[in-house]
Design a protein around this ligand. Structure first.
Ligand SMILES: [Mg+2]
Length: 283
């Protein structure tokens, strides 16, 4: 992939991190931790990996699709959609306001370009993505379907029904990813409800599993996506175990689940912004 240099993608990520903390600070609610952890992945998808139409169309025929299953990380999703050109970044200022198109969890009802499914009720995104991927197969549409889930989200039973269905039906046009940060709202996934050997589990279900060990390193993420794309079309759905750190890029948010869903105060915002350069212009 050569559309953007790693340096450019890192610069975009820096701006996205500013957007995330500013959005959450402005309304004093939202989910910065997972948003910051998934910044490189979403930037890499929308600015590099995905073949997508610039004009948003809910049908998504002939282009790669992305479904955000862990909808609570909407700040990173909205920022990346805006910076990718789906809508004016100025609208990020309306995050979580009454009648805004940028609700706390994404919905299609508001008609925000880039949002293909309501999400936030955890566990459903993989099923939706499989439906879209199967539709593409029926339509002889060779583009790909991406879906991102949280690791805590894998405690939802519906995920494993979908995990069973996709390999049986040879859904080799889907690239799923798990934000494998080892943390969820109430603490470490290992303590809340252990996921066990996640790689072995997905492999046992029939998936082609790969890992990105440095999910907050842009070069590693790009390399991982290149690898994932090369594995499609070979009879198996592809799973990326994406190792990230919750709160990545903001030192005082890293290493704790505490910042899963709370907002920074004024002083904390200033510190977070000082750590992430303004590269594309604040909204
Ligand atoms: Mg997690």
């Amino acid at each position: 992939m050569t559309k953007n240099s790693i340096h450019n993608l890192e610069a975009i990520s820096s701006q996205v991190r500013r957007d995330i903390v500013r959005m959450v600070h402005a309304c004093q609610s939202g989910h910065p931790g997972g948003s910051l952890g998934c910044t490189e992945y979403l930037v890499a998808l929308f600015f590099e990996a995905m073949e997508r139409h610039q004009e948003f169309n809910l049908d998504g025929i002939g282009e790669d699709l992305f479904f955000l299953s862990n909808g609570h990380i909407s700040p990173v999703f909205y920022s990346v959609l805006a910076r990718a050109g789906y809508f004016d970044p100025a609208e990020l200022a309306t995050f979580r306001q009454i009648d805004s198109r940028l609700q706390g969890h994404p919905t299609t009802h508001e008609g925000l370009p880039g949002v293909r499914v309501a999400s936030g009720s955890l566990g459903q995104g993989l099923s939706v993505a499989i439906g879209a991927a199967q539709t593409k197969k029926l339509n002889r549409d060779n583009s790909l379907v991406y879906v991102l889930m949280g690791d805590g989200e894998l405690q939802e039973g519906q995920v494993w029904e979908a995990a069973t269905y996709a390999p049986h039906n040879k859904m080799d046009n889907i690239i799923a990813a798990v934000d494998y940060n080892g943390a969820q709202i109430d603490g470490a996934t290992e303590q809340v409800l252990s996921l066990g050997n996640l790689r072995a589990k997905w492999e046992a279900f029939g998936w082609d599993v790969m890992e990105v060990e440095q999910g907050n390193d842009m070069a590693s993420v790009i390399q991982g996506l290149d690898d994932a794309i090369s594995r499609t079309g070979k009879g198996k759905p592809v799973m990326i175990l994406l190792h990230t750190e919750m709160g990545s890029g903001v030192d005082f948010m890293m290493g704790s689940h505490k910042w899963h869903g709370i907002a920074p105060n004024d002083e904390q915002l200033a510190s977070a912004l000082a750590q992430n350069a303004e590269t594309l212009g604040d909204y």
